[in-house]
Design a binder for this molecule. Structure first.
Ligand code: 4EZ
Length: 229
């Protein structure tokens, strides 16, 4: 099988590249794609750059050009749910776009005609994650992740996203990866470790915890590879 592993930032895929050690680098569409082997599987790794547009581009290329058959995303996120603390893992059950707004025409937030507000992640991959977390005694929250092209560092904005979307965490790529993978019928999985609480201190916390939280998330993703069939 060909498995795609994706992040948004260099720091988010660095632990993956370290794990695989040997890989081939392919330059494509102004980005780099790293091709590795793991047991019987081919692995394609890339970071997209931050935001929904770059993430959509990378997810599409992984599927259409590199022919990946599952797409797993690893990275960091801002916490909304108070259960989530820095370093904690959250797996998305569903994702939505908090910055998508044509409410002027009577549509709900996060919705455009012929689209959906929520995109559900693959249940089999989620189950694998839950089983591993139980086995290893790792805290893993399941919840809704809200995506938008903004670094949220504001309590009111975060509260608004919580209320409108029942979201547990927020970031800037997940839902766009979800739309691409859903549309192209590739099972997808979005994992994040908390780097900040999307509040006044978010910028500072993010800088402080990006690396350690990105590694938490990447290490967990790696532990899933043996169970993907
Ligand atoms: C986006 N990612 C942050 C990229 C920030 C700075 C150079 C995750 C994230 C996030 N996104 C962590 N905390 C966040 C927050 N509070 N708001 C949005 O996916 C790049």
């Amino acid at each position: 099988m060909i498995i795609g592993l994706m992040g948004a930032m260099q720091e988010e895929i660095e632990p993956l590249l370290k794990f695989f050690k040997e890989y081939e680098t392919v330059d494509y569409a102004d980005n780099k794609y790293y091709i590795a082997k793991y047991k019987d599987n081919d692995i394609v790794i890339a970071y997209s750059k931050i935001g929904k547009v770059y993430a959509s581009l990378t997810a599409t290329i992984m599927i259409e050009k590199f022919k990946i058959e599952k797409l797993l995303f690893s990275g960091v996120a801002g916490a909304i749910n108070n259960d989530l603390h820095i370093g904690d893992l959250i797996v998305a059950t569903a994702l939505c776009q908090h910055d998508l707004d044509i409410t002027a025409f009577g549509h709900p937030y996060g919705y455009v005609p012929e689209g959906k507000i929520y995109y559900k992640a693959d249940e089999t991959l989620i189950k694998i994650a839950i089983d591993i977390a139980k086995e290893k005694g790792i805290k893993l929250k399941e919840g809704i992740i809200a995506t938008g092209d903004q670094f949220v560092a504001n309590k009111e904005k975060k509260e608004w996203i919580r209320k409108k979307f029942k979201a547990d965490a927020l970031e800037m790529e997940g839902a766009s990866v979800a739309v691409v993978a859903y549309s192209l019928r590739v099972p997808f999985f979005i994992l994040r470790a908390i780097s900040d609480a999307a509040d006044m201190d978010a910028g500072f916390d993010f800088d402080e915890f990006l690396k350690s939280s990105a590694k938490n998330s990447a290490d967990f993703l790696i532990s899933m590879l043996d169970k993907i069939k």
